[in-house]
Design a protein around this ligand. Sequence first.
Ligand code: 13P
Length: 253
Amino acid sequence: MRKRIVAGNWKMNLTFEEADELLDELMTELEQASLPRDAQVVVCPPFPFLEMTTDYANDSYFMVGAQNVSEREPGAYTGEVSAEMLKSCDVQFCIVGHSERRAYHGETDALVAAKVNRLLQNGLRPIVCVGEVLAEREEGRQLEVVGRQLSEGLFHLDASQMAGVVVAYEPVWAIGTGKTATPAQAQEIHAHIRSLLASRYGDATAQEVSILYGGSCKPSNAAELFGCADIDGGLIGGASLKAADFMAIVKAL
Ligand code: 13P
């Protein structure tokens, strides 16, 4: 059965000292928390803090994800980070196709597909973000947009590969804006994503894939969102930078 997951996406925030302090607090809080057996906590820091984060993770109850990976095999690509490097640093997850990378770094569905392939070849689990921008929602095109992102970014995989992928629905208009999708709006898209997975891969695989919600998820709305049938947890931005807020969201799993 699929896992319930809360993943913290720190984005381009914090200094080394601040990251160290946050990880220390998280480790202490996680030791005291009693989480459901099917719950997983993932922390996705910027690249320079990955090693420190995996050191903490070895003694704690969370796993580590990167925020990006190169679509290329190792070689002469200055400034890039390969899936092989992430694997060798004990990183287990990697975010792909985040709307900020789609908007500011030209990450297309084809690039998402290539990055997903590189991660799976190295045994890492992609967290693939999909979601519509405000104009697309206003035009009622959210199901079509998410469907295209899934089919072009992921549906080249076979069923066993798909079962290793985590999907995150992040409506772009809800990211960092304080505007959360209502549980009904989020559940509608999550159910749609699961039905597309079921038509492509069959019901058993669709039931294995964790589908996370992201976009202004916070302690005050996490429980209601996570209570929806097809919402298996959250991908958390701003609220993952404060241990108390992140832990309150984790405890809502
Ligand atoms: P916020 O939680 O800050 O809205 O960000 C969500 C997000 O983009 C997580 O990847």
